[in-house]
Design a protein around this ligand. Structure first.
Ligand code: BTN
Length: 268
C-alpha cells in the first residue's frame, strides 16, 4: 500500500476535503484507531488504513476477518452537523459509493444488500460499519470499509458465510490504491449531496442495485423476526416489506433470504 499512489488518483475535491492518510502495517481495528484519535481530540477528516487488523470489527458485534493481503481495511473520518439518526441511511450511501468505485474498475454484476453489503451473486465482497463519535455538539462519523481482496481458504472456512473476493472476480489484479481513491472520490460528493438533500436522491439507485428487491426475505432485528417480500427502500433508506399483516417499514436489522429461496438454491 502506497499513500502517494492513493493521492495520485484523488480528485482535486477529495484532496481538498481530506486530511492525512495514516497507514499501519498492523492495527487492532482501523475504526477503533479512528475513535481513539477522536477521543484524543483530533477533529476534521482523515483516513486510517491497515495491511492487517488483529480485531477487525463487523456489524452486530461480529469480527471481520483481516489477514494481511486478504483485504482492504479502511476507515474514513469526517465531521458532520447531521442528526445521529441519519447514520443508517448514510451507510446505504456508502455502499452505493463503493459499488460505483468497484464498477468503475470493471468489476461487474455487483449488487447491494440492505443496509450496506456489496455482493456478487449473493456472496459478500465488502462490508461497511459506520460508527459515531460525539463530543459536545461535535459529531464525527467513522466510515469503516472492508473489501475482500484475496481470502485464503482457511479464512473462507472461518467466516462460514458465502463470501467472495476481488481476486476471484477479475482477470487482472485490481489496483488497490486506485480503488481506494475512486471510493473516496465517489463517497465525498455523495455525502455532501446527502447532507443537503437527504437519502431521497439515492433511493432509485439503491432499488436498482438491491439484490433482494421483490424477493421473499426474513429480517432479524435482535429477537424480532419479520417475514415477507422485500419492496426495496423508501425515501429515507428504510427497508419496506410486504408481510402477511400488511406493509411494514423497517429501520434496523439484517436480511436473510427466506427458507424457500435458500431451498431453491441461494447459497446464503
Ligand atoms: C460488516 O460486518 O459487514 C462490516 C465490516 C466492516 C469491516 C471494516 S474493515 C475496516 C474497518 N475497521 C474495522 O474494524 N471494521 C471496518
Amino acid at each position: 500500500m502506497n499513500k502517494a499512489f492513493i493521492e495520485k488518483h484523488l480528485s482535486p475535491g477529495s484532496r481538498g476535503d481530506l486530511g492525512e492518510i495514516i497507514l499501519f502495517e498492523e492495527i487492532d481495528s482501523t475504526n477503533a484507531e479512528s475513535l481513539r484519535l477522536l477521543k484524543a481530540g483530533r477533529t476534521g477528516s482523515w483516513i486510517v488504513l491497515a495491511q492487517s487488523q488483529t480485531a477487525g470489527r463487523g456489524r452486530s458485534g461480529r469480527s471481520w476477518s483481516s489477514y494481511p493481503g486478504a483485504g482492504i481495511y479502511l476507515s474514513l473520518v469526517r465531521r458532520f452537523t447531521l442528526a445521529a439518526d441519519a447514520l443508517q441511511s448514510l451507510s446505504l450511501v456508502t455502499a452505493i459509493s463503493l459499488h460505483a468505485a468497484l464498477t468503475a474498475l470493471g468489476v461487474q454484476n455487483l449488487q447491494l444488500k440492505w443496509p450496506n453489503d456489496v455482493l456478487h451473486e449473493k456472496r459478500k465482497l465488502a462490508g461497511i460499519l459506520l460508527e459515531l463519535h460525539k463530543m459536545g455538539s461535535t459529531l464525527h462519523i467513522v466510515f469503516g470499509v472492508g473489501i475482500n481482496l484475496d481470502l485464503p481458504e482457511h479464512a473462507v472456512k472461518e467466516i462460514g458465510r458465502p463470501v467472495t473476493d476481488l481476486n476471484s472476480l477479475t482477470a487482472k489484479a485490481v489496483d488497490t490504491e486506485e480503488l481506494i481513491a475512486l471510493f473516496i472520490n465517489a463517497l465525498l460528493p455523495n455525502v455532501i449531496h446527502f447532507e443537503v438533500a437527504g437519502f431521497s436522491p439515492f433511493q432509485d439507485d439503491w432499488n436498482r442495485l438491491d439484490c433482494y428487491i421483490n424477493h421473499d426475505i426474513v429480517i432479524q432485528n435482535g429477537s424480532q423476526r419479520i417475514i415477507g417480500k422485500s419492496l426495496g427502500v423508501d425515501s429515507s433508506g428504510a427497508q419496506l416489506m410486504q408481510t402477511a399483516t400488511g406493509r411494514q417499514t423497517i429501520i434496523g436489522g439484517e436480511i436473510f433470504p427466506s427458507l424457500r429461496e435458500r431451498v431453491a438454491g441461494s447459497p446464503t
